[in-house]
Design a protein around this ligand. Structure first.
Ligand SMILES: Cc1cc2nc3c(=O)[nH]c(=O)nc-3n(C[C@H](O)[C@H](O)[C@H](O)COP(=O)(O)OP(=O)(O)OC[C@H]3O[C@@H](n4cnc5c(N)ncnc54)[C@H](O)[C@@H]3O)c2cc1C
Length: 109
């Protein structure tokens, strides 16, 4: 989508955000709002979430630390667990990221 919008808008994709003028921003905003989009399908689950990865059996669920390699923590899609669309995978990423970061934190020990 981003590539297509930039092309339609003739905006240089290598331009830094702080180089885009206010007038360009407003024009871009108007174009995105007015852009007609016809939804003709959706991606299959295997295109949305990476299934597979480190088995949950090898991870301590309280700390998200590897049971095989002490001091190694995982978060998100690297863990074998793929849920349906609607936030399950994002929730897994946020929750495991939080717990893994908290557990690994040197401030805690
Ligand atoms: C099109 C699409 C739609 C989706 N819709 C949904 C949905 O509706 N609901 C839902 O729950 N989930 C959805 N997901 C899945 C969800 O987005 C992911 O499960 C989640 O973002 C995984 O989080 P993560 O932190 O594990 O990985 P990521 O979000 O992929 O984060 C990994 C990060 O690591 C960075 N990185 C990679 N390699 C390196 C490196 N060598 N050095 C430094 N950084 C690196 C990447 O740039 C990236 O920022 C969707 C995914 C896609 C692609």
């Amino acid at each position: 989508m981003v590539g297509l919008v930039l092309k339609a808008f003739s905006l240089d994709p290598d331009k830094n955000l702080n180089q885009i003028t206010r007038a360009e921003r407003i024009q871009l905003q108007r174009m995105v709002i007015a852009l007609p989009v016809t939804i003709n399908g959706h991606l299959s689950l295997d295109k949305v979430v990476t299934c597979g990865g480190v088995s949950k059996k090898e991870i301590n669920p309280r700390t998200i630390e590897s049971k095989l390699v002490p001091g190694l923590y995982f978060a998100g899609e690297i863990i074998d667990g793929c849920g349906r669309r609607g936030g399950f995978n994002l929730q897994q990423a946020f929750s495991t990221g939080y717990v893994a970061g908290d557990s690994a934190s040197v401030l805690k020990s």
